[in-house]
Design a protein around this ligand. Structure first.
Ligand code: SF4
Length: 426
């Protein structure tokens, strides 16, 4: 039986189609021209997807079992606890030693490029929410080229393309085109945009997208409901499953995180850790990174009800490094220059630089208000000089598509400088 838009199908929202019927947003039914079924087993069979993608408990609207597996995160909980006998200094020393061993004295660098601030969602903490009076615009292809050129002059070749939730102004085709443009002139292109279907992620991967960033914002479902007032982002489970869909579609790296300040931070940290562990097991070849964004002032003036201080953030970073030695840990320009300098080499291995959070922000004449206020506003040169002063090498290029042969066989390529590249991305 066909379902109407707004009804639930396999726990996902239904998109409307021209004849009034609907398909679930994973896109599998649309592709095969058949209706989604409410029976999970049948759905898995007809989708031909691994069962772990749909490892929810009996009620299809409830969260997957791995999310509440306290045993999984017991060791992290012990280190994160305020009553832990482990001092911050001892955690920092261990974290530093692991970072040095696994990543060397390097920090890989990237920068965000905001493509569009159109958005259909009502996240209470965001300056781009659809009820804000922010001037809406999107970059056209020639403007994207200009922004990329400006970023290239800063030395940036690792780009994160951002949009709001899916809208007519910035839909999948728009994003795909932007990825194609960026992939022509940059070494690495990732996206932080709306959740997509497996088929859509596959298309993006074919166009040159290697990574996605998708924060759950908070893993506390009740808080999630309150914070996401309307729009597609209100679908907690759909967002939770998005990283798995991206990896299933051939995207190589996924970035996870919570927006610190929205909900109880220890609880969020533990569930974030379980999410990383779940994906690591299901997709052992995937590159996974974890970010630690704290709330910053934004249009709308939402005040974080669970503010996270410097001390707790440092403890969280160190414990994640100890518990997840190979995972990339990211710190953005939301943090102050002094804090970022202090964290470089102690656990963090990837940072954004010279960030602009406005659409068209690399144009010097742009005075628009961004998604949030950046804290570390140093130029790329100033930031790199600060890293080098601490004997840490800034890495602008850390990726070469050596695994992308027709059969996925390993090959080795030379960089322009003639050095043989590493065959993996960190
Ligand atoms: S956080 Fe993203 S989805 Fe939510 S309002 Fe802002 S741009 Fe839209």
């Amino acid at each position: 039986m066909r379902r109407r838009a707004g009804q639930q199908c396999c726990g996902r929202s239904i998109e409307s189609s021209s004849d009034g019927g609907g398909f679930c947003r994973c896109g599998c039914c649309r592709k095969k021209g058949i209706q989604c079924r409410t029976d999970a087993e049948k759905r898995i069979r007809h989708c031909n997807k691994p069962a772990h993608l749909f490892s929810r408990s009996k009620s299809m609207s409830s969260a997957p079992e791995w999310l509440s597996n306290e045993q999984e995160s017991a060791s992290l909980a012990a280190m994160l606890s305020p009553s832990s006998p482990l001092s911050l200094e001892s955690l920092a020393a261990e974290s530093k030693a692991i970072t040095l061993r696994r990543f060397g004295r390097t920090i890989s660098l990237y920068a965000p490029l905001y493509l569009s601030n159109h958005c259909s969602s009502g996240c209470i903490y965001c300056g781009f929410a659809s009820d804000r009076t922010t001037l809406r615009r999107r970059l056209e292809p020639d403007e994207i080229e200009r922004e990329l050129l400006a970023m290239k002059k800063l030395g940036i070749s690792d780009i994160l393309l951002l949009t709001g939730e899916r809208t007519k102004a910035a839909d999948f085709d728009y994003l795909r085109r932007a990825v194609e443009i960026a992939a022509r002139s940059t070494q690495r292109v990732s996206v932080e945009a709306f959740p997509m279907s497996v088929a859509e992620y596959r298309t993006l991967a074919e166009c040159g997208c290697t990574g996605i960033t998708i924060y759950q914002e908070t893993y506390n479902r009740e808080r999630y409901e309150e914070l996401h007032r309307w729009g597609p982002k209100k679908d907690f489970l759909d967002r939770l499953e998005t990283p798995a869909r991206a990896l299933e579609g051939g995207i190589k790296t996924v970035g996870l995180g919570v927006l610190l300040g929205l909900s109880e931070p220890v609880e969020d940290a533990l569930m974030l850790y379980r999410h990383v562990r779940h994906l690591s097991r299901a997709y052992w070849r995937a590159g996974i990174s974890v970010s630690f964004p704290r709330m910053r002032p934004q249009t709308g003036g939402y005040e974080p009800p669970f503010p996270v201080d410097d001390h707790f953030l440092a403890r969280m970073i160190f414990t994640f490094r100890i518990a997840l030695p190979d995972v990339e840990l990211v710190l953005s320009t939301r943090e102050s220059a002094a804090y970022r300098d202090g964290m470089a080499g102690l656990g963090i291995t990837r940072m954004s630089i010279a960030s602009r959070t406005t659409v068209g922000g690399y144009d010097e004449n742009n005075t628009d208000k961004g998604q949030f206020d950046v804290f570390d506003d140093r130029t790329a040169e100033e930031f790199c000089a600060a890293l080098r002063a601490r004997e840490i090498e800034p890495v602008f290029k850390n990726w070469e598509p050596v695994f992308n042969g027709p059969s996925g066989t390993q090959s080795r390529t030379l960089t322009q400088e003639g050095n043989c590249t590493h065959a993996t991305e960190r």
